[in-house]
Design a protein around this ligand. Sequence first.
Ligand code: GDP
Ligand code: IMO
Ligand code: MG
Length: 434
Amino acid sequence: MSNTVVVGLQWGDEGKGKVTDLLAQRADVVVRYQGGNNAGHTVVVGGQTLKLHLIPSGVLHPGVLCLMGDGMVVDPLVLCREIDDLEANGISTAELRISGNAHVIMPYHIRMDEAQERARGAAKIGTTQRGIGPAYCDKTARLPHSIRVWDLLDRERLTERAQAQLELKNQCFRHLFDAEPMTLEEVIEPVLAVVPRIADRVVDGRALLYRKLDEGADILFEGAQGTFLDLDHGTYPHVTSSHPISAGACVSAGLGPGAIDCVIGVAKAYTTRVGAGVFVTEQDNEYGNTIRERGHEYGTTTGRPRRCGWLDCVVLRTAARINGTHAIALTLLDVLDTFASVPVCVAYDLDGERLEYVPSNQEDLGRCRPVYEELAGWQQPIGACRTWEELPDNARRYIDRVGGLAGVPVGLVGVGADRDQTISLPAFERARGR
Ligand code: GDP
Ligand code: IMO
Ligand code: MG
């Protein structure tokens, strides 16, 4: 029995979908543990590309149970569209379950997300405007009429709660945000229309996981977003409203930290970020443009161009500790194929002081300057490499150096988007065998 967490070490879009799909081959259950459809996880198998927002990336493997965990926020309309898309592509969703304790994104949350972003003006976060923050806000507000997935199953209760919530939201729309109020009908009708399609999938997620663990199942936990978008440990306030870090898997599942055997931290071979916020190694120049074009760095969810920069090993070193990472999956290495030299950030300079970890004080972080080390590029395509030996010497040096700087060995290397374009290294088997 082995329980593994897949967690993003940067600002999201590290390739968690691909790594989860890969590991799901050896899992019995895959649990998405937080976030909602702000996530966009891409899985490519045999040339077919699937983009998942809510459904765990284990869904491609028949017989693997997929659970949308307690820690998620679920937009039922988006969920039904995603189920339809998968089924239309010949992928069964029969094994998909939704935790009753997950909270529901209602149409007023989306309007609130838009209104709040407008009100932030120049200080906007650049949210995905999917209603994520406002839905988590209602969760933590602990009002008697907050809406969980369980509540979808009782028409009367759902209507009552939606009405009570809507009264509060409409006050805000009218008096705080100069936004259009909504009617109960426009809020409730679309949701009620899809409830029959998901009702049979609603479960007590914690009880299900305990049962599976008692049967000896291997559980894989799929994170969304990334460590530096974590509400507590990220670059606040430019973060999401949940806990992408590995500990978030325990909170969502109702398991102690001892239940986690292995943490795989996913990191790109460079850095990207969508939305506003500090980005020490950002290259708003021809280097960044080359990375963006070669890596197709446009948001899976919103289509926005991602901000691009060199690999920040201070970020990786810090994230490795926050998550208790056992091995790194270093993805998109092939994107760097054309560079003659590839800088990596080895430390930060804060007013003349050398920092090894990301400072938690955001004012300090804003003043940090990158200290780079230049590594030689390999200047040849690596997309067809399948073993360590086939990789060019300079690519191997890059991988080794990154592991050394992060303090955690690289166990998987991505050389292309397809499931097969992955090189497994001994550190991966060691981490998995724990
Ligand atoms: P996630 O949100 O962490 O699941 O990542 P995204 O799916 O948003 O973004 C990662 C992108 O990189 C997707 O388009 C993947 O298909 C692609 N990808 C993943 N691994 C590799 C790789 O090793 N090489 C290349 N070229 N693309 C990759
Ligand atoms: P995956 O799972 C990259 C970013 C948004 C914004 C901030 C807050 O695909 O890696 P939110 O809508 O969550 O309130 O937005 O977080 N963000 C992501 N960036 N990948 C993601 O998910 C993201 N999910 C949210 O761009 O800056
Ligand atoms: Mg993504």
